[in-house]
Design a protein around this ligand. Structure first.
Ligand code: 5GP
Length: 121
């Protein structure tokens, strides 16, 4: 299946600078910022700057430089936020069953407290 990217999504607007964000770190290929509605003391969204709808879209179609940059940026965030010692959780919602709200691939990086079971129900 080929994903169709919607340029009007809110993260595309953030990348265009149309709306502000609380930036954690930025590279040529990736941007990380604080979630507007944090679910834990640390709740960071890491996105590629490229137009990928879901994690599998990114994994299948991103260039190797984008992929490398994304994961190195991820590692830098974990280190920068001091999340190794106590641990953290990474979530990427995709599509209808994943309840993805924003159709631009993002990782939720959650930490800063014990997070409980992986699923609510
Ligand atoms: P999803 O359900 O797509 O995995 O998660 C989307 C996330 O984006 C939610 O956690 C939501 O709080 C966050 N979000 C939605 N709009 C904005 C925004 O304008 N700014 C920021 N920083 N986060 C947003």
């Amino acid at each position: 299946m080929t994903y169709v990217y919607d340029d009007t999504n809110i993260f595309a607007m953030i990348l265009r600078g149309d709306i502000p964000n609380s930036t954690v770190t930025e590279t040529d290929y990736s941007l990380a910022f604080r979630d507007i509605n944090p679910q834990s003391p640390v709740h960071i969204l890491l996105i590629p700057k490229g137009k990928y709808v879901t994690i599998d879209d990114f994994a299948a179609n991103a260039g190797l430089e984008e992929v490398a940059d994304f994961w190195r940026t991820f590692a830098a965030i974990i280190d920068g936020e001091g999340l190794q010692q106590k641990g953290f959780r990474v979530i990427s919602n995709a599509g209808e069953h994943g309840l993805q709200e924003v159709p631009h691939f993002h990782l939720h990086i959650l930490g800063g407290k014990a997070l409980g079971p992986i699923l609510a129900q």
